[in-house]
Design a protein around this ligand. Structure first.
Ligand SMILES: [Zn+2]
Length: 98
């Protein structure tokens, strides 16, 4: 493993357990420094992410949007697919997304 490969792997997963990456970083000063800096940065990001207060009811709004998106997708499917298969009476309602 060379330095480019080791540093690419470290950028993807600073806490990697990959033996070849860890062995390279342990013996290469430049990659060891990169590993330490990336782990430090990852810890800062985790601390910041965990300190963000989640707004009240956010999870419910996220679920609602997800369900509305699914309903729009199903309506689109009903509008376009069913009439061609002889189920025009089911898909009569116009699709507003277009
Ligand atoms: Zn290296």
């Amino acid at each position: 493993m060379n330095c480019r490969e080791a540093q690419q792997a470290l950028h993807v997963a600073p806490f990697t357990d990959a033996a070849d990456v860890r062995a390279h970083a342990a013996h290469c000063k430049a990659c060891g420094h990169v590993a330490i800096e990336l782990i430090r940065l990852e810890c800062v990001i985790r601390d910041v992410a965990l300190s963000v207060r989640v707004p009240e009811g956010l999870w419910a709004r996220v679920l609602l949007r997800k369900r509305l998106g699914l309903m729009r997708c199903l309506r689109r499917m009903l509008h376009h697919v069913l009439p061609t298969h002889g189920f025009a009476c089911i898909a009569r309602r116009p699709c507003r997304d277009e």
